[in-house]
Write a protein that binds this ligand. Structure first.
Ligand SMILES: CC(C)(COP(=O)(O)OP(=O)(O)OC[C@H]1O[C@@H](n2cnc3c(N)ncnc32)[C@H](O)[C@@H]1OP(=O)(O)O)[C@@H](O)C(=O)NCCC(=O)NCCS
Length: 157
């Protein structure tokens, strides 16, 4: 059996920030997520959230910004999420989301994890559903589709 590479989430620091800013999705995916430079600026304003590098062993392969403390009424949000173009399709994205679920599922104040994506982002939609997220039927003001993971539902996690 082939041993699985370890996928971990590690905080973005002054030391690894540069590496993070250089990670990019494919050209045709640029409308699906903001640049990491923009997300790191955004992270400073969103006080409940914290930015993390997604690491496969020692290599930063992606970026995720998610709530590290409750945002509102039991909700934790995943605000930004991407895997660099060179590292897509290897299961890193799925394992990063599973890692977020694993981290948040024992927080007593966390009732659900929420995320949104632009309506035509079918890859992200499939990934979230594979991890146990479900459609809420709700949309952001800009039309983005909102999905949520209800704690207590461990399917796919
Ligand atoms: C979405 C994204 C994070 C997926 O990361 P990834 O590491 O390539 O995904 P994985 O290899 O872990 O794939 C996990 C699941 O996602 C789905 N998926 C991934 N890429 C897909 C594609 N091109 N088409 C359809 N489904 C796809 C599949 O269900 C897959 O599970 P499976 O292989 O078991 O069927 C990556 O494509 C990306 O960074 N896209 C641009 C930015 C973006 O859309 N971010 C999300 C904003 S909400």
């Amino acid at each position: 059996m082939v041993e699985m590479e370890q996928v971990t989430l590690q905080p973005i620091t002054e030391e690894n920030e540069h590496e993070c800013i250089h990670l990019k999705p494919r050209e045709d995916q640029l409308d699906l997520v903001a640049s990491n430079a923009d997300s790191l600026k955004h992270a400073k304003k969103e006080i409940t959230s914290k930015p993390y590098g997604i690491f496969a062993e020692d290599q930063m392969v992606g970026f995720i910004l998610y709530d590290n403390e409750v945002y509102h009424d039991g909700y934790y949000w995943i605000l930004r999420f991407m895997i660099d173009e060179k590292h897509q399709g290897k299961g890193y994205g799925k394992r990063a989301i599973q890692e977020v679920i694993r981290t948040l599922q024992y927080r007593r104040d966390c009732q659900q994890i929420s995320v949104s994506h632009v309506p035509h982002n079918s890859a992200a939609n499939a990934l979230y559903k594979r991890c146990g997220f479900q459609d809420t039927g709700e949309f952001e003001d800009n039309g983005d589709t909102i999905l949520s993971y209800q704690l207590g539902n461990r399917e796919g996690a």
